[in-house]
Structure formats: C-alpha cells, structure tokens
Design a protein around this ligand. Structure first.
Ligand code: PHE
Length: 349
C-alpha cells in the first residue's frame, strides 16, 4: 500500500460522499472504508508490514483520511437527516392559518326556487297543490278541453305524439302524447272532486318547437283552477294581482286582453306591467310597458260538463303561466339558460 494508493482512496471517498443522498448511502460509505474490513481500516491495521520510512507517512495520511471521513459523514448525516425529517414533517404538516378548502355545496335550482315561492303564495290563498302525469292521453290533453277533433288548435300546441301500434284505431283515451300544457290536470281533478275548490298544478310540459330565447322543448307551467258558485273574472283579477304583488314583492299592475283558448270562455291574455322599466317602455317589453305573462279565462261550460260538473250550478276561472315569471324576476332574457345546466349561470343564484 503506497501513498499513491491512499490518495486515490481519498479521492474515491470524496466522490462517493458527494453523490450520497440518503443516510443509508453514508452508512455504506462508512462500512466500505472504516468498517472491520474497510479499506482505510485495513491500511491502518497493516501498518506494521510497511517499511519504516513509509509507515509514518502512510499512517499520517490514513489517519487523516479516517478523520476526514468521520467528520464528513457526521456532517452530511446531520444535513441529510434534517432534510429527511423536514420532508416527512411537511407531508403531515397542518397549517391552521391557511384558508380552508371550500366544499362545493349544491343549491336549489332557480326554477325550483321560483316554483316553491309560487306554491307558498298560492297555498296562503288557500289553493291546494295537485299533480298530474307528463305522459298524457289525447282525450285529457285535447278532447275534454273542448278542442274540436282535427281542429288546427291541436297543431297550435306542437304536440309530441307517442308512437303506438295501430294508433289511428285507438280511442283518444288510449292515444298517448307528452302533455302540451298542465290544463289536462283540470279535467283529471274535476272528474274526482266536487266543487267548490281551488287548486294549482305545477308541472313539466312539452312542445315540439324550435328553441329560441323564449321557447324551449320542455318547460314548466303552473296551472290554476278555481271553481265555485259565484266565481267571476273579478275574483280572478284579485287572485293574480295578489299573486304578482307577493311574487315580485312590489305592486304590479295587471291588465286583461281578450284572447282565445278552446277551454275558456271568455279567454284572456294577462299582461303585467314591465318590472324592468315600471311601465315606461324598454327593450324587454318592446317599448309597450306591458308583458304577456299568462293565458286565462272562465272555464268553458263544455269542460265542466266533460269533467262531470253541472255547468248550470258551478263556474270558475283557470289560468296557466310559464317560466316567463322567473325570467322577469331574475331579469333573464333567454329561457334556455335555465335548462342548460351551465354552472357559470346556476352559481349566480
Ligand atoms: N293551457 C294554456 C297554454 O298552455 C294556458 C291556459 C291555461 C289558458 C288555463 C287558459 C286557462 O297556453
């Protein structure tokens, strides 16, 4: 073993120390050089076999290498284990001052919230809540509501008919369609209940229409029906005014215009004063100050008779309104937004 060998061992030690990354690497280095059979240990143990002149020199160098190695290993070990502890701690570290992760909580859809508000208001006025089927038959959706057979009024509602075998030969009570309005529930209810009564019927309706800002293929309606001994248009006007005042939480002017529905006589279109411009005229109400908000009328005697109610004793009003009331409340100019499922829209409510 010469001085030269020792020098190269020292170089080797230096290099492996530099590349050591973990505490285990350092332990291996220690074993390799200073362990029982370590390279440096062997040199030191065999010093006696060296010629005298060389012995002192080699002894000095070997001891230096040993010192260097112990010191370096100690230092590096401390450095590495500090780092390892820090890393381990970082994984479990809980900084209580950091802002928490906000859990995403869902909320009621604006249309549902509107519906709930409507139901609340009508229930306070004594109306009962009634539901009917979305898959309806032609008799309830049209015939019983006084739509003449093959009358274009049936087409007026852009009906989605259900494919059925030998459909033409089926009776209208068996011919199925997706209800085009909630009015068939008037008939369903009157067939089973004796007047007087007042009900509202919220529900989904379907129309085979091209969609645009004010038309959807499926949308929600709220039907109203009040039947009694002396129910008049005046009662109707009082009910809708009360409803709109509560719904929009301010006084809303309402006006009735003559219109046509096969199931009401007289029929009217109900306008409410535009809530955006308060009747002054704006782009939303096409400068008229009024917005068409529901269809209504006095229940046609034929509808009462078709539903088993004596039209000489009973009379009443009916109305139907769509998603427009929600659009007006939230100042939304495109009904499709409500059905888009777009969270950027929904999260604003
Ligand atoms: N069913 C009618 C529609 O969908 C609205 C309406 C209901 C009109 C009740 C009068 C009475 O357009």
């Amino acid at each position: 073993m010469s001085i030269k060998d020792l020098k190269s061992i020292k170089k080797e030690i230096q290099e492996s120390l530099e590349s050591a990354k973990k505490a285990a690497d350092l332990n291996n280095i220690f074993k390799k050089y200073l362990g029982k059979k370590g390279k440096v240990s062997l040199i030191l143990r065999n010093l006696s076999s060296l010629p005298k002149e060389e012995r002192t020199l080699v002894a000095k160098e070997a001891n230096r290498a040993k010192d260097l190695l112990t010191r370096e290993i100690d230092d590096r070990l401390k450095e590495i284990s500090d780092k390892e502890i820090l890393l381990a701690e970082r994984g479990e570290w809980l900084d209580v001052t950091l802002p928490g992760k906000k859990p995403e909580i869902g909320h009621i859809h604006p249309l549902t919230e509107n519906l709930n508000k409507c139901i609340d208001i009508f229930e306070k006025m004594g109306f009962s809540l009634v539901y009917g089927p979305e898959l309806e038959d032609e008799w309830h959706n049209f015939d019983a509501l006084n739509f003449p057979p093959d009358h274009p009024a049936r087409e007026m509602q852009d009906t989605l008919f259900i494919k059925q075998e030998k459909r033409e030969s089926l009776s209208s009570k068996k011919r199925l369609l997706m209800r085009t309005h909630t009015s068939p529930v008037q008939v369903r209810y009157m067939l089973k209940n004796k007047p007087p009564f007042k009900i509202i019927v919220p529900g989904r309706v379907f129309r085979n229409e091209a969609t645009d800002a004010s038309h959807e293929v499926n949308f929600y309606q709220i039907e109203g029906l009040m039947v009694g001994k002396n129910i008049s248009v005046a009662n109707f006007k009082a009910v809708v005014e009360e409803f709109y005042n509560s719904f929009y939480e301010k006084e809303i002017k309402v006006r009735l215009r003559p219109s046509f529905f096969p199931f009401t006589e007289p029929s009217f279109e109900v306008d409410m004063q535009c809530t955006i411009c308060n009747g002054k005229g704006c782009s939303v109400c096409s400068q008229t100050g009024w917005l068409e908000i529901m269809g209504a009328g006095m229940v046609h005697p034929n509808v009462l008779e078709n539903s088993g109610i004596d039209s000489s004793k009973w009379q009443g009003f009916a109305f139907g309104m769509g998603d427009r009331i929600a659009m007006m409340r939230h100042k939304i100019n495109d009904v499709r937004l409500f059905y888009s499922g777009d969270l950027r829209f929904l999260n604003q409510f």
